[in-house]
Write a protein that binds this ligand. Structure first.
Ligand SMILES: [Fe+2]
Ligand SMILES: [Fe+2]
Length: 194
């Protein structure tokens, strides 16, 4: 789970870099943005949040952690917020690429919202929830979770997971194509200089 956090952080941090570039008037590469959205939907949400919501959190509840409020209720609420932000990112990135007026500001707000939300969320789980889990879960609980996590991995498919992990690693090492398409959005400011 912590290894998944590191890769999610990498992608989210790269989106912070996209925000800085968009602010300067650059246009992110549409295909890379689509892969980032796919990563957030499939790897961060379906795979990672799926494990947390369907297996890890219920196991904590079974061992006496309250299902509502802090921390589980709050974390589940943040997963919902993340889903809405990623949906907004998918829509706004293509609107921005088409050079629609006002698209830059909403896209920037979403990119920064995603970075803030995920960094903060991951920090809470790493610093508070995982250490708490080590205290309340038994060795048998941990083994059972590992087995069930592997089933989630299998359901999503090892090829899909490997491809999305490779995408995240390429961002960390700077070995893959960047998000930069170069130039300003099509139609841009209308001065023809883009
Ligand atoms: Fe989470
Ligand atoms: Fe998590």
């Amino acid at each position: 789970m912590e290894a998944e956090h590191r890769l999610i952080e990498t992608v989210v941090k790269a989106l912070g870099g996209v925000a800085a570039a968009v602010e300067l008037g650059e246009r992110p590469a549409v295909a890379r943005m689509a892969t980032a959205v796919e990563f957030l939907r499939v790897y961060a949400d379906q795979l990672h949040h799926g494990k947390e919501e369907k297996l890890f959190f219920p196991m904590l509840v079974k061992r006496g952690v309250p299902p509502q409020g802090c921390p589980i209720g709050g974390l589940n609420h943040e997963h919902e917020k993340g889903r809405a932000l990623v949906q907004a990112l998918a829509e706004q990135a293509s609107v921005y690429a088409q050079g629609k007026p006002g698209a830059k500001e909403v896209l920037l707000e979403t990119l920064r919202g995603i970075q803030d939300l995920y960094e903060n969320h991951i920090w809470k789980e790493d610093a508070m929830v995982f250490p708490m889990a080590d205290k309340v879960l038994t060795a048998a609980d941990q083994t059972e979770l590992c087995k069930k996590f592997a089933e989630v991995d299998r359901a999503i498919g090892s090829e899909t997971i490997a491809r999305l992990e490779q995408f995240a690693r390429s961002l960390a090492t700077g070995t893959g194509p960047t998000f930069q398409a170069g130039g300003s959005p099509t139609s841009g400011c209308g001065c023809g200089g883009g």
